[in-house]
Design a binder for this molecule. Structure first.
Ligand code: ADP
Ligand code: MG
Ligand code: ZN
Length: 596
């Protein structure tokens, strides 16, 4: 919306400019006669060369009697020439007097003043807390940063739902921007760079604006795609300009949307565009490093491709705080729907809870779209309320249209729920495993679901039982699929890799093989190049190592299956609850897993 208003404002300014030029040309178009001295004018009159004069204020325009009827111009002296009329009479010069002298003056003033006033006005609006104004793009190099300043309807954390963890992580940034003195006083430094990462439409942009809104500071927003133009150097200049603007407005928030457009790993891609991007990225890095550490400016960037970012961007002092903005779970969707349902009059049969349950995998943006689509259906039918059937239609359209993701999720959810429940339950019942912090069946990146575990304390020395426990947890997903469905899926790829990695380390580095004497069977850590390929053992031993690795994996898989078989009821219940709620935190999980 901001985009549209500022664009139309630009069109208006452009139109006004055109009108102004046309008017100006009309008024002054005939007026660009050659200017001569008053003396020359007198001489021309005296020589009977002048046919007529036009008097307009102090300006005298006169037409010569030559064949071309040339027009010249002069200015009457200010102590008036006493002999003027006599001279004119004597030489029969025709006199025209323009009554419009003062009006011309006013026109002139108006024509000069209007654009000046307009520019000043827009300039002030763009700069001062007060209104959005125009994007302050007055020169080629200036960044197209849009400013959203305080007294337009402010977006706060209340407008963002279903991302409570991200909001919690941003809270101290808000506090810092609001009360910087409190932090400076004790020498506390706050992250300068916050990277919001998550799938499209999960509310990253919204969250960044809400951050500024909460802190009541200016919000300078620029999409990184706008940095990267075909003209080399423009991007870098825009970055410089953006930071300059920010410095004069601190405390404030700079928001770089779609940072991956500039922040891709350097050294890949097409030459020309790439040079430009690298320059822009380098400038960005330089600006971030050159920041006065006490400057009250927070740079927020957003991306849905954190994997392609240049590592330089993620180094300490740059975007070192990373906040995941994930797809909402069921209760999150309910909360997001509540926000967007406020705008539409609902029929009595609409149940927001049921709606949230029926829309797994949808992002905040898609939910907002769902509400809108439903309202459109109702409007088309000329109804004044949006009913459940409208939502049904809208949902089908969104789930089936374009992407198959939503539908796919509906079909696979059961398998995923059991898979994740398997990981979590094995973790719960295998002795010494890390506690489960959170389980979710919301797709994230390439992973279909996730079971997050955190060690209670940092371990340095890893006992074999712990390592085998970790492998069992990794294979718990596969074990659950097998147990419940008698069928296995490709969903365990990453799990298998993890388990195999641990098994190989146990056998080759830590001397934990069952049928081999303890020996270092891997190249020394840090070995590189051709040495890495050189095995310090025979072909025969290599085969036995592989055998050992497979044996550990097999042993551990059976362990996982045994655990799940013994806790089948827990597994079923956990999976059902996951299907219902989509994500479960540690306390709730432990309650379910230990229930009798
Ligand atoms: P992103 O930047 O992550 O792609 P946006 O912030 O642009 O997503 O989201 C687009 C729109 O979708 C928002 O303006 C808002 O209307 C809606 N939306 C997305 N996520 C949320 C959320 N978590 N809470 C409320 N509304 C949301
Ligand atoms: Mg966005
Ligand atoms: Zn898994």
């Amino acid at each position: 919306m901001e985009d549209r208003t500022s664009r139309s404002a630009w069109w208006l300014l452009l139109a006004a400019g055109v009108v102004w030029v046309v008017l100006a040309m009309n008024l002054w178009g005939n007026a660009d006669h050659q200017e001569v001295s008053y003396t020359a004018f007198r001489q021309d009159v005296a020589a009977d060369q002048v046919a007529s004069v036009v008097l307009s204020g102090s300006s005298i325009t006169f037409t010569l009697r030559d064949a071309a009827a040339r027009q010249l111009e002069t200015t009457a002296p200010s102590p008036p020439d006493p002999g003027f009329w006599q001279l004119i009479d004597r030489h029969h010069v025709e006199v025209w007097a323009h009554a419009g002298d003062s009006s011309t003056l006013w026109w002139t003033i108006g024509l000069v003043a209007i654009p000046v006033i307009a520019v000043l006005l827009f300039w002030r609006r763009g700069n001062e807390p007060g209104a959005g104004g125009l994007p302050t793009t007055f020169s080629f190099n200036q960044s197209k940063a849009r400013l959203y300043l305080s007294d337009r309807p402010r977006i706060t954390f209340e407008d963002v739902s279903g991302v409570d963890e991200a909001k919690a992580e941003l809270q101290d940034v808000v506090d810092f921007l609001r009360l910087p003195a409190r932090y400076h006083r004790v020498g506390a430094r706050i992250p300068k760079g916050v990277l919001l990462m998550g799938p499209p439409g999960t509310g990253k942009t919204l969250l960044a604006r809400a951050l500024a809104g909460e802190a009541r500071v200016p919000f300078l927003s620029l999409s990184a795609t706008e940095f990267v133009e075909m003209y080399v150097g423009v991007g870098a200049a825009r970055v410089r300009d953006l930071f300059e603007k920010a410095r004069s407005r601190a405390p404030c928030v700079i928001f770089l949307d779609e940072i991956d457009a500039v922040g891709r790993r350097r050294g890949t891609g097409v030459a020309n565009v790439n040079d430009e991007r690298e320059q822009t990225l380098n400038q960005l890095l330089a600006e971030m490093d050159g920041f006065d550490p006490s400057a009250e400016i927070v740079i927020v960037a957003a991306t849905n491709r954190p994997d392609v970012l240049d590592p330089a961007l993620l180094r300490p002092g740059r975007f070192d705080r990373r906040v995941v903005v994930g797809l909402p779970d069921r209760s999150g969707r309910r909360a997001i729907l509540d926000i967007h349902l406020r705008r539409v009059p609902l029929a009595a049969d609409v149940d927001p809870d049921a709606l949230a349950a029926a829309t797994p995998g949808l992002s905040g943006a898609e939910l907002a779209n769902l509400v809108n689509e439903a309202a459109v259906v109702a409007a088309r039918a000329d109804r004044v309320q949006v009913d459940a059937a409208d939502f049904e239609l809208a949902r089908d359209k969104i789930l089936l249209g374009g992407r198959r993701r939503g539908k796919l999720i509906l079909e696979d959810r059961r398998v995923i729920a059991f898979h994740e429940a398997g990981h979590a339950l094995v973790a719960f019942y295998v002795p010494g495993a890390d506690p489960v912090r959170k389980i979710s069946i919301i797709p994230h990146g390439f992973a279909l679901g996730a079971t997050h575990m955190v060690p209670d304390d940092e371990r340095v020395n890893l006992p074999r039982s712990y390592l085998e426990g970790r492998m069992a947890v990794a294979l718990g997903g596969r074990a659950a699929e097998q147990l419940v469905f008698g069928e296995i899926t490709s969903g365990a790829e990453a799990d298998l890799r993890e388990a195999t990695r641990i098994a190989r380390m146990m056998v080759t580095r830590w001397g934990m093989a069952r049928h081999l004497a303890p020996a270092a069977l891997a190249p020394d850590p840090g070995t590189e190049g051709p040495d890495l390929l050189e095995r310090p053992f025979s072909e025969d031993l290599a085969a036995r190592i592989d055998q050992e690795v497979l044996e550990v994996a097999d042993h551990v898989l059976h362990r996982a299956q045994d655990i799940l078989g013994a806790h089948r009821a827990h597994l079923e219940r956990l999976a059902e609850i996951l299907l219902q709620e989509e994500s479960i935190d540690r306390a709730r999980f432990e309650e379910i897993a230990s229930a009798s």
